[in-house]
Design a binder for this molecule. Structure first.
Ligand code: SF4
Length: 683
């Protein structure tokens, strides 16, 4: 029997997921260890759609087991259809968290997927026992679909098309000890991935004690924490360290990394590997929502390679009650931010828009509070209704009056030779009784302005100047939004196009969205429409309309100073804006990299910044105006040009590579006239 396990991801426009296929590899290792079959069973694992297509064509499987997440559900279905065209006797199975919670929805979900024979369910995030059970039964009944579905069996559901009924298998208990799963690393299932560029992923523990209703980890059966032994995790980490490229991060699929005592033991072993192998230099995971003391200890142990995920999602008590989430106090949060910054790491805050009970005012206050606590970036995610998350159950939708629209999952589409264009779609909450559709767009614009101007410290000196005059970053961004009508036309157009495209990407139903996407497939594929709009338009605002953005920022600071009757006491503002104009690089980069503007200033802006903005800029006044020249370091120029050659000089390309660069990478170097050395420099 030939069994293909496929944890597919789109890869034409972007990689849906950048990690090793740990979920499917766990299933493979578990099945290989425990399946009893009189005849050989060939198990194969697939990540890339192209590889699966080639394998189906050359050696069609008997069983195709596909993972289902919000970002690959349609892709998996497309391959199930394709596989059945090639081999009508193919048995298709699907498993993963993308599965509804109510019986009625499960029935209609499966009824609507004739290409899927069996939904291998298992408890949340745990398909090993259920998949083994389905495979064992299939072998025991002689390999036929009719035999398999003759009667219900634990851990699997299906829709009986002849009888028109939904068949539900009994629930399977979760594993108390995750060491029951043989390591997919030590058994060699991950060996093909060390050269792939994907990131290795492990999981120390499964389960989450919290109950956030928008999340599919929050279901009751998932509350208890079950874990691997520390010894097994150590063995996996060592196996990876001996093989992986040291520049690649390690990922943990845990929901609350650092919150449990065993995480400290793992952290100590990671520190040992860092000494021995120089790996890992970055740990990607979700840190615990409680026990900040433990999380901080873990962060210290791994020497600043673990960023803290400071997700609060909302600070409104009504919302937190509605979604059954408890956050740490804002004071404790601010303490953590200090620790994170002391370790030289950036602290990020996360909120979700349009949560039940949230208002525009409470949302914006949360942004303001987070910025006051010291975070350098506040992500505002949109509320997605996920299968498997309680908030998407019909009663909760009704209770909270959630109005939704459908859109394409950014860049998750492609054509993989299955006979159709494949498009993933997602359902977003865009309106509630306390948050109107218009407020949804207004808040999106606020967030875009925050991203262009404040995130990554792009215009840090200007914001610090404003702060020294009593203007908080939040108030300044609010002012920018209020006065958008007076922004330079080129910058204003960026914002207007963002609003237009944000409206145009929303559809009443998934079918309408898919039809639109298929009729605009070429544009979506070449990036001329769609994509991650916030990223795309922040690139346009920052790099394509950079001069206009700076002009607008300067005018806005001036106007707030005027409102507060402080304009007479702010002689340094022109120096700050002039400094930023002289050093910031923008598109077209060939032109910008070649230019060497000069800057004459009365104030030492860089000296002020290097002194940590401790005193007002006015304390850093030169005796007389000083002329500066600018140039781009050769290494910086080469880096930018090579990234452009790889990703392209368009918003989607810039959106990709700027994520791994700092704002300082897009700045010229400054020196007093006569001080510069090196090729082509003015002196
Ligand atoms: S959002 Fe995080 S803390 Fe809340 S249930 Fe999900 S995994 Fe747990």
């Amino acid at each position: 029997m030939r069994v293909y396990l496929a944890d597919l991801g789109h890869n034409q426009l972007t990689f849906s997921s950048d990690i090793y296929p740990i979920g499917a590899a766990n299933l493979a290792a578990y099945t290989q260890a425990y399946l009893k079959s009189p005849k050989p069973v060939e198990l194969r694992l697939f990540r890339e759609p192209q590889d699966l297509r080639a394998a189906i064509d050359s050696a069609p499987p008997d069983v195709l087991a596909l993972s289902s997440y919000a970002w690959n559900h349609e892709l998996s279905k497309s391959f199930a259809r394709y596989g059945k065209q090639r081999n009508p006797r193919l048995i298709t199975m699907m498993g993963g968290p993308h599965y509804p919670l109510t019986i009625e929805e499960m029935a209609s979900f499966l009824e609507g997927m004739p290409e899927i024979d069996v939904a291998v369910r298992g408890p949340t995030y745990e398909g090993e026992r259920a998949f083994l059970g389905a495979m064992q039964r299939l072998i025991d009944v002689g390999g036929s679909l009719d035999g398999l579905l003759e009667e219900s069996f634990p851990g699997s559901d299906w829709f009986d098309r002849k009888a028109g009924t939904f068949v539900r298998g009994a629930l399977i208990p979760r594993m108390d000890d995750l060491d029951e799963i043989p390591s997919p690393y030590l058994t060699g299932w991950m060996d093909p991935y060390y050269e792939s560029g994907y990131f290795p992923m492990l999981q120390i523990s499964r389960g989450c004690p919290f109950t956030c209703q928008f999340c599919n980890s929050s279901v009751k059966e998932n509350t208890k924490i079950h874990a691997h032994s520390v010894e097994n995790v150590r063995q996996d980490l060592l196996y990876i360290a001996e093989r992986v490229k040291p520049e690649l991060p390690v990922c943990f699929a845990d929901d609350n990394f650092g919150m449990y005592e065993r995480d400290q033991e793992v952290a100590e072993y990671i520190a040992h590997l860092q000494d021995k192998f120089g790996w890992p230099r970055y740990i990607r995971t979700t840190t615990g929502k409680n026990r900040a003391d433990r999380v901080i200890k873990v962060m210290r142990t791994v020497r600043g390679t673990l960023p803290m995920t400071s997700a609060v999602q909302s600070l409104n008590p009504v919302v937190l009650e509605n979604i059954k989430r408890s956050n740490i106090s804002l004071d404790a949060y601010a303490e953590i931010q200090k620790e994170v910054q002391a370790q030289g790491m950036q602290a990020y805050g996360e909120l979700i828009l349009s949560m039940p009970g949230e208002t525009k005012a409470s949302f914006l206050k949360a942004v303001s509070d987070l910025l006051d606590s010291g975070v350098k970036r506040v992500s505002a995610h949109q509320l997605m209704l996920l299968h498997g998350a309680p908030l998407s159950n019909p009663d909760q939708r009704q209770r909270f009056g959630l109005h939704t629209r459908w859109r394409v999952v950014a860049r998750n589409l492609g054509n993989y030779g299955t006979g159709e264009d494949v498009v993933e779609v997602e359902e977003m909450v865009v309106e509630t009784p306390t948050f109107t559709f218009e407020e949804y767009f207004e808040t999106r614009v606020f967030h875009l302005l925050l991203t262009i101007f404040y995130h990554e410290g792009n215009y840090e000196e200007a914001f610090e100047y404003a702060r020294h005059h009593g203007i908080k970053p939040f108030d300044l961004v609010m002012h920018l939004q209020k006065t958008l009508a007076s922004a330079p036309p080129r910058f204003r157009q960026v914002i207007e196009q963002f609003v237009t495209e944000s409206r145009d990407e929303l559809f009443e139903s998934s079918e309408e969205c898919t039809t639109w996407a298929r009729s605009h497939f070429a544009g979506l594929l070449d990036g001329s429409i769609g994509g991650n709009l916030l990223s795309k338009y922040s690139m346009l605002g920052r790099f394509f309309a950079g001069s206009e953005a700076l002009e607008f920022l300067g005018t806005s600071i001036r106007s707030v100073l005027r409102e507060r009757e402080l304009d007479g006491q702010s002689p340094g503002l022109e120096s700050v804006i002039g400094y930023l104009r002289a050093i910031m690089l923008h598109t077209p980069f060939a032109h910008s990299l070649a230019a060497s503007p000069t800057w004459t200033a009365e104030f030492d802006v860089e000296g002020w910044r290097d002194a940590g903005y401790a005193q007002p800029l006015e304390e850093h006044r030169f005796g007389k105006p000083v002329e500066f020249h600018t140039r781009v370091d050769d290494a910086k120029r080469a880096l930018i040009l090579s990234r452009i050659a790889t990703f392209g000089e368009h918003p989607a390309g810039l959106g990709k590579f700027t994520r791994t660069m700092f704002s300082r990478d897009f700045r010229r170097t400054l020196a007093r006239a006569g001080e510069m050395t090196g090729s082509g420099q003015a002196a």
